[in-house]
Design a protein around this ligand. Structure first.
Ligand SMILES: [Zn+2]
Length: 142
C-alpha cells in the first residue's frame, strides 16, 4: 500500500486538480487520455467494487453523477463513459470519459480490442443459463 499512487496522494493531504470530494471519495480532472477525462477515487485503499462498504455506494456514485453532469454541460456531450479497471493502479477508482460528438465510441476500444485479442465467445443458451443460475446462487449466499 505504501507504493499506492492514490494512497500517497491522499497521505500528502493535497489532491491535485480536485473537483469535488466527500467523506468517502474525491474527483479529479486530469485529461489523462481524452479531453475531460476525470477520475473518481475512493479514499480508502480498497481494490474492488465489491469491497465498497454498504454506506459508501451512494457517496461514490453521487460524485460520479455530479461530475458526469458537469462534463455533459461543459462538452455538450450526450453522456459520459464509466470505467473501472485498476490493473496498473490497484486502488479502486472510476474513469469518467465524455463521449464527445466528434470522437469515436469507447466501445471500439473496450470490446473490439477484446474480441481481436481473445476472440468472441459464442455461448449456447444452456451455457448462458448456467452462468445466470450460478450467479443467482452466489448472490443468494451473500
Ligand atoms: Zn491505495
Amino acid at each position: 500500500m505504501n507504493d499506492c499512487y492514490f494512497c500517497n496522494m491522499i497521505k500528502k493531504d493535497r489532491i491535485d486538480n480536485l473537483i469535488i470530494e466527500n467523506d468517502y471519495a474525491f474527483a479529479t480532472g486530469e485529461n489523462y487520455f481524452r479531453e475531460g477525462h476525470c477520475t473518481v477515487v475512493v479514499k480508502k485503499h480498497i481494490e474492488s467494487i465489491s469491497d465498497i462498504e454498504s454506506d459508501g455506494y451512494f457517496s461514490v456514485f453521487d460524485l460520479i453523477k455530479k461530475v458526469s453532469k458537469a462534463l455533459e454541460k461543459k462538452y455538450e456531450c450526450e453522456k459520459t463513459y464509466l470505467l473501472s479497471i485498476g490493473d496498473e493502479v490497484n486502488h479502486l477508482h472510476f474513469h469518467l470519459i465524455p463521449k464527445h460528438k466528434d470522437k469515436s465510441s469507447m466501445g471500439v476500444y473496450c470490446f473490439q480490442k477484446l474480441v481481436e485479442t481473445e476472440g468472441k465467445p459464442e455461448p449456447s443458451d444452456s451455457e448462458k443459463s448456467l452462468l445466470v443460475n450460478q450467479l443467482k446462487g452466489y448472490i443468494q449466499e451473500l
